[in-house]
Design a protein. Sequence first.
Length: 150
Amino acid sequence: MWRDRRLKAGINMDGGSYGKLLGSGNKDRLDSPFLLMSHDGSDQALQSFYQRLKTNAYSLTLKGSKHNTFIDFGVILPAFSANSTTQAESPIKQALGSIEPQRAAKIINAYTLAFFNKYLKNQREALLERASSDYPEVLLESRGKLSNKF
């Protein structure tokens, strides 16, 4: 999005804070709608990046999540665990956080769809306007104009 203005909106799903644009000392910013999804306790550089976004920006923190919550492995983990002979919690399960993987996937999908529907299809999305009782695990902050027009 930073280099190619044809991209109308973007999401960072708990990505790292590397590269020129996301680096903590950088003053550059994006002017297109952007959703920053983060796990509990995400790094400060990503929050600094969020503060530099001036229009149509959201910061979503998923309570009970860890970095690996944002990959599909948690959803397929039961297939591997079904044949396990131990009851001990695996390091893989620990890396996924305390939120149930199916629940996390549902939340991530709902907010991703709402965001892109709003900024690519110009649809009103109440999920992005206020806290949702359907998703109490989500802390959502917004900044900028936050209109459907871009």
